[in-house]
Design a protein. Structure first.
Length: 150
């Protein structure tokens, strides 16, 4: 079984390219992932894992993910072997993925989008999700739970 699940932050914006001939989108980026253990001096080591995303998820990554974003990646481990011009054999290990999920909201945005889009218009206003008395905009009347027969 070859299955990898990683959670980490992008070290830079994804790079998008298309495979010649087929036009399949491919996005590449690197995930920074802290190791679980802490060294004696209190610091953690970080691994930088190369990721390659293929298909529609690649376009999603290129359009909606940016440096610093927390993401989850599911895929498999790939080891590419190649030979340099000088004849040396080399290997390159990466995670090949078809599934990427953003785990945080866009960086720089407020947690409450209402507050961000209406800043200054009504200081301190928080929207209420409690039903109003009487009719609501859709024409339904609010009823008390005691009026329900079951």
């Amino acid at each position: 079984m070859n299955h990898v699940v990683l959670i980490g932050r992008l070290t830079k914006d994804p790079e998008l390219r298309y495979i010649p001939g087929t036009g399949t989108p491919v996005a590449t980026f690197t995930l920074a992932i802290d190791r679980e253990y802490t060294k004696k001096d209190g610091t953690k080591e970080t691994d930088f894992i190369p990721i390659e995303v293929i298909g529609k998820s690649a376009e999603f990554c290129a359009n909606y993910m940016s440096k610093g974003r927390l993401v989850a990646v599911q895929g498999n481990l790939r080891v590419d072997r190649y030979q340099t011009q000088s004849g040396e054999n080399r290997t390159f290990t990466k995670v090949s993925s078809r599934s990427v999920q953003a785990l945080d909201s866009n960086r720089g945005k407020s947690e409450n989008p209402y507050v961000e889009s209406h800043q200054g218009s009504q200081q301190g206003f928080e929207p209420s999700f409690e039903p109003t008395q009487g009719l609501d905009p859709n024409g339904f009347q609010a009823i008390d739970d005691d009026d329900i027969p079951f």
